[in-house]
Design a protein around this ligand. Structure first.
Ligand SMILES: [Fe+2]
Length: 376
């Protein structure tokens, strides 16, 4: 099997999902999307040119403006928005996407200087909870891990790309030979890394993106006391009828990204704010926005029925039954629809192999069974 495939962005298509599911790594060469993102990052600060072009350390003040920009792009779902054309090429319903994970790495001296001044927030150095936004400054290397290592109704692919040219030493380490092998997460020690053998050999220029299945065992690029680096990762999940929140609360349905009005509401909801009370004319149907609004004013039975008809997500059907007090007839209708949709999940294709890890297994069917028990 060919382990690394190189393509141009206009060649990327739904057919590549098969390659990715077989463990092939795909490098998209020279995509305009990282360029667009970097322009957005630099927008209010020309001083950052030296950081991105020459890897020159920015001043603390420039680092502060950069972190503000990173957080604003993240909170407003600008990164998946920039990627919408690429995602569209591999689109089938339903599909969820996160808000993009920035990994900003500075040498230890710069990092301790930053930590000493009071320009920055606590969450810049340590995330609030495991599923909340990633810290702005990457404190150390990530564990050697798979994003998913347990049975789950799920298929996720990750897009990883640097914000500047990188050598083969500065790229994400992935072991395609160990794809779906029974190896679980481990600490990022030299000894553990050596035990895995040689990682995939590749190099990325600025503009290149590596795409991989989230069940690949992987870890951060090499790092030493001199390292300066800025990279991004974007995760896209298919056929995920169940909940992503146990893993990362920032995922949203791709339809909310494609529509700018929806995206604004989702940004508010994820920040813990309430969405606008009234649906704007340009807004399209979204389960998350509907359920969020229903917390402030109870929808009519007709609107609940319309929700049941429109959604194809067992997860959101069950969330609706949990969150909105409604008639027995509508509960039954929602359960019936959820079971019908659940049966469309091609389990043999999307369920990962059974790793020995018996940690939480979250399946749409389990939540339907639970709701049935509770409502009877
Ligand atoms: Fe990961």
């Amino acid at each position: 099997m060919k382990k690394i495939m190189e393509i141009k962005e206009n060649e990327f298509s739904i057919n590549h999902i098969k390659n990715l599911s077989e463990g092939t790594l795909i490098i998209i060469r020279n995509s305009p999307t990282p360029h667009k993102l970097r322009n957005e990052l630099k927008k209010k600060n020309k001083n950052l040119n030296d950081f991105y072009l020459k890897k020159k350390k920015p001043s603390t003040k420039d680092i502060k403006t950069l972190t503000n920009r990173i957080k604003s792009l993240r909170d407003n779902y600008e990164i998946p928005y920039l990627f919408k054309e690429i995602i569209e090429k591999i689109h089938f319903k339903p599909i969820k996407i996160d808000n993009g994970i920035s990994r900003l790495v500075f040498d230890s001296k710069t990092l301790s200087n930053i930590e000493e001044c009071d320009f920055f927030e606590k969450e810049d150095f340590k995330r609030r909870s495991p599923d909340s936004n990633t810290e702005t400054f990457m404190p150390g290397n990530a564990n050697i891990h798979r994003d998913f290592n347990r049975p789950h109704d799920h298929l996720q692919i990750n897009f990883w790309f640097p914000m500047h040219d990188t050598s083969d030493e500065e790229v994400l380490r992935i072991w395609p030979d160990l794809y779906k092998e029974n190896i679980l997460d481990m600490t990022n020690s030299e000894e553990n890394i050596d035990s895995l053998g040689v990682p995939a050999q590749y190099q990325l220029n600025f503009g290149d993106i590596i795409v991989f299945h989230s069940e690949h065992i992987h870890t951060s690029p090499k790092r030493n006391s001199e390292t300066t680096r800025h990279t991004y990762e974007l995760r896209v999940a298919y056929d995920c009828y169940d909940d992503n929140n146990h893993y990362r609360s920032n995922f949203t349905d791709f339809k909310n990204i494609k529509n700018e009005k929806n995206r604004i509401q989702i940004s508010k909801i994820k920040k813990g704010l309430s969405p606008s009370k009234k649906k704007s004319k340009k807004e399209t149907f979204s389960e998350e926005i509907f359920l969020s609004r229903s917390q402030f004013s109870k929808p009519s039975n007709a609107k609940i029925k319309d929700f049941i008809n429109r959604t194809n997500s067992p997860y959101f059907l069950m969330k609706m039954v949990e969150k909105i007090k409604t008639s027995k007839d509508l509960i039954e209708l929602a359960i019936k629809k959820a079971e019908k949709e659940k049966n469309k999940i091609p389990e043999e294709k999307y369920l990962p192999v059974n790793y020995k890890n018996r940690r939480t297994q979250i399946k749409a069917s389990e939540s339907i069974e639970r709701i049935k028990r509770e409502k009877n």
